[in-house]
Design a protein around this ligand. Sequence first.
Ligand SMILES: Nc1ncnc2c1ncn2[C@@H]1O[C@H](COP(=O)(O)OP(=O)(O)OP(=O)(O)O)[C@@H](O)[C@H]1O
Ligand code: SF4
Ligand SMILES: [Mg+2]
Length: 321
Amino acid sequence: MTDLVLSVENISKTYKYSSLGFRQQNIFALDNISFKLRRGQTLAIVGESGSGKSTLARLLVGCDNPTTGKIFIEEQDVFELSKSDQKKQFKKIRMVFQNPYSSLNPHARIGTTLEEPLKINTNLSSHDRKLAVKHALKRVGLREEHASRFPHMFSGGQQQRIAIARALILNPDVIVADEPLSALDVSVQAQILNLLMDLQEELKISYVFISHDLGVVEHISDQVLVMYRGKLMEYGEVDQIFDHSKHPYTRKLLSSTPSYRHTVNYKFKKIDPEFKKLANLKSGCVFASRCSYAEEKCIDEVPKTRFLKGHRVTCHWPRED
Ligand SMILES: Nc1ncnc2c1ncn2[C@@H]1O[C@H](COP(=O)(O)OP(=O)(O)OP(=O)(O)O)[C@@H](O)[C@H]1O
Ligand code: SF4
Ligand SMILES: [Mg+2]
């Protein structure tokens, strides 16, 4: 069994968009993203709204295809496979959504919802499927009698437990969790987080964990990938990103989190409004109009992603201080 469960090489996703009377435009939702995820590890994806996190999540579970690039599941290039084998490979990666209630069928009993993937993807007998459902419910801290209830009869936290049970039922290698805590009461968030961490310990499952909460990200991740407008800004081990971030955007994100312990260390110069205007007109670094370290080169030339002391940074002038 390989240690590398998921790797992504240079994937991009472009949407075509046109509104009445206007020419078709391209939306570059993802541009040249790469990462590797090992068994039992957590990769956090962070970045402000619209940076392409959910687009990436959809590609990882096979709900959508990248425009270019490769996805390897256990070192198998999935797009080299037939459609049916691709589907089998993508079964190893399951998704947990932000809003548990809307991710569950309101008209189906929980037992039916949990049994469905087993019916479609396995040859288990009805008896064995029911046993698997009971086991999955127990594993997420629910009781077997919950199988006969409907989603609205549960609290938000319990609904998210059910969504996690559904993700687990086919024994996946990876769970992609797209802001799994943000729709829950603060008091429940820690319980769900603890559940995810216990499951990782027990099952050696890997997570792609999308979150705006940098406190949580720092607590649970092994690696962090920072995105801005579809591009990789910085990617590396969690300590490198939090203690030695080199990208101005990462530093800005960290500074905008009041509880973050290093906030005080980063100082930002005011950006000249004329420079800002110019940066918006030109197509150099996507972050140039908001970057207080930007120079002429930044608005003229797209920075390349470079490898620096164990992590990757897309910037002409990575910070060393
Ligand atoms: N189906 C689609 N068609 C056209 N554009 C899309 C589509 N899906 C996403 N986009 C665009 O791609 C970009 C990235 O969107 P995405 O939802 O992945 O961001 P996100 O990082 O998940 O944001 P948030 O933090 O708000 O959830 C946005 O500009 C969005 O408008
Ligand atoms: S390339 Fe220039 S504008 Fe972009 S993040 Fe680096 S310093 Fe800032
Ligand atoms: Mg999203």
